[in-house]
Design a protein around this ligand. Structure first.
Ligand code: GUN
Length: 294
């Protein structure tokens, strides 16, 4: 039997509907959630992501502003901008679009964001909080995956989750979130020797490698839940994931399509994190974070 499709567009729409109500409540009580996006250089993919983020913000009632810097900007200019945004009470979330140009130090820039405004969850403090099971903001893509699993009531505790990919943005935080929920987690990379030996054991298989159709039907066990985080352009110009969708769909229990799977969830969770940040600021619960401590 063919797998049940996990429809990211539908789940994203439903999550946005719920959070729009929270944003409206906040606005009525005097706080409009605000997001600042910083982009350095003119990476075409980054420009599209930023445009989509700005549009999604306006649809849900979040105020947003974009701070654009040229490719040859000095790191200090960007740090100065972040410091000003840290102090700006209209801004509750700050996001630095990655990748940054090679002459930038990623950790230096991201760690200059106030912890309580780090809606990407990439600040070293927030990563440490996630590792120790006290997450303050969950990184958006793996957070979106967890919501997809929850909405389909796919059990996690005691299951064997195999994550293929070890990026800081997806693979590593994904593994930590699944571990926190009681899964037995194996982390592989696209170069893992005899990768299929691991993927065949997965009850939940999450793939985030950027390698088109890396996972074939011969590499999965019947009934597995397959979450494809990859988004690649094939030679013929169409989009494809890291999973060979059509044949794998015939074996899996659940599967996400590309496009229309994980993609729509990432921006959605950014909106949620920004509204959450604004709710916390409104309630005055951020005093525990003193930037001087980090
Ligand atoms: N570049 C690719 N994905 C992301 C993301 O989730 N956040 C940021 N800031 N940059 C990215």
């Amino acid at each position: 039997m063919s797998a049940q499709i996990i429809d990211g567009k539908q789940i994203a729409a439903s999550v946005r509907g719920e959070w729009k109500l929270r944003a409206e409540k906040l606005i009525q009580s005097g706080t409009t959630p605000g997001l600042a996006v910083i982009i350095v250089g003119d990476n075409p993919a980054s420009s599209i992501y930023v445009r989509n983020k700005v549009r999604a913000c306006s649809e849900i009632g979040i105020f947003s502003e974009v701070h654009s810097f040229p490719q040859d900007a000095q790191q200090q200019e960007v740090l100065d901008c972040i410091h000003a945004l840290n102090e700006n009470t209209h801004i509750h979330g700050i996001l630095v679009q990655l990748p940054l140009p090679p002459h930038f130090e990623n950790n230096r820039v991201i760690t200059s964001i106030a912890v309580e405004k780090d809606v990407d969850g990439f600040h070293l403090y927030n990563i440490g909080a996630l590792v120790t099971g006290n997450a303050h903001f969950l990184p958006c893509t793996p957070y979106g995956v967890m919501v997809m699993l929850e909405r389909h009531q796919i059990s996690i505790e005691g299951q064997h989750a195999v994550v293929v990919g070890r990026s800081n943005i997806v693979g590593k935080p994904m593994a930590l979130m699944l571990l926190e929920r009681g899964a037995t987690v194996t982390v592989c990379t696209s170069r893992t020797r005899d990768l299929s030996q691991f993927t065949k054991q997965a009850d939940i298989l999450i793939v985030a490698t950027g390698k088109p159709r890396l996972i074939t039907a011969a590499m999965v066990k019947p009934g597995v839940t397959v979450i494809d985080v990859g988004i690649n352009r094939s030679a013929d110009g169409t989009l494809c994931g890291d999973v060979d969708f059509e044949p794998v769909k015939e074996i899996a229990g659940y599967i996400t399509p590309v496009p229309g799977g994980v993609g729509p969830m990432t921006i959605t969770m950014l909106l949620c994190n920004t509204i959450l940040a604004a709710e916390r600021a409104h309630a005055g619960v951020n005093s525990e974070f003193n930037q001087d401590n980090f």
